[in-house]
Design a protein around this ligand. Structure first.
Ligand SMILES: [Zn+2]
Length: 168
């Protein structure tokens, strides 16, 4: 999941616009989701109306406030760029967890885009959102530091990761 973030930070994701810059012949430069705008990094990961809905769901679920003005670089470094004052409001595990949410969501968005282009499968935003919940549940559970309950996790992930629930 980190790979997607690294690629995005350097704008090396093979979006249709980036492929076109490399002289790769494509049928269309338009975003495969909305077919309304050319597909560059910002559009594919943030600006597309469908992707925006996904981020809104992610932030709402995570109980973190979504910045009004956002770009992909700011989004991927949202946690690392937080002030020390703000960081102290959270348990380090919660910050780590939220960072994982962002990277997993970016990964899920890119995967959904690839499935649409290469397999013709058009997953709903709801499906992609559930994919993020499932992956993170497995990831956090496998680390063995928090007793996670699926229903609680889906309903309120933030409190299911509170420090006094941590085993170490
Ligand atoms: Zn779009």
């Amino acid at each position: 999941m980190d790979l997607c973030g690294v690629l995005a930070e350097k704008d090396r994701l093979p979006t249709r616009l980036n492929l076109d810059k490399r002289n790769i012949d494509l049928d269309s430069l338009l975003c495969p989701f909305c077919e309304d705008s050319s597909e560059d990094l910002e559009h594919s990961m943030i600006a597309c109306a469908r992707v925006k809905i996904m981020w809104e769901k992610i932030f709402l679920w995570s109980n973190f406030q979504m910045p009004i003005e956002i770009n992909i670089h700011a989004l991927l470094s949202l946690v690392s760029d937080m002030s020390d004052y703000k960081k102290k409001m959270f348990h380090p595990f919660q910050l780590k967890w939220f960072e994982a949410v962002i990277f997993t969501a970016a990964w899920a968005i890119w995967n959904a885009r690839n499935r649409k282009i290469f397999s013709g499968i058009d997953h709903t935003t709801e499906w992609c959102f559930s994919e993020v919940q499932r992956h993170l549940f497995c990831w956090i559970s496998s680390r063995g530091k928090v007793n996670l309950n699926w229903d609680e996790w889906v309903a309120n992930p933030f409190s299911s990761c509170i420090p006094n629930r941590a085993l170490c």
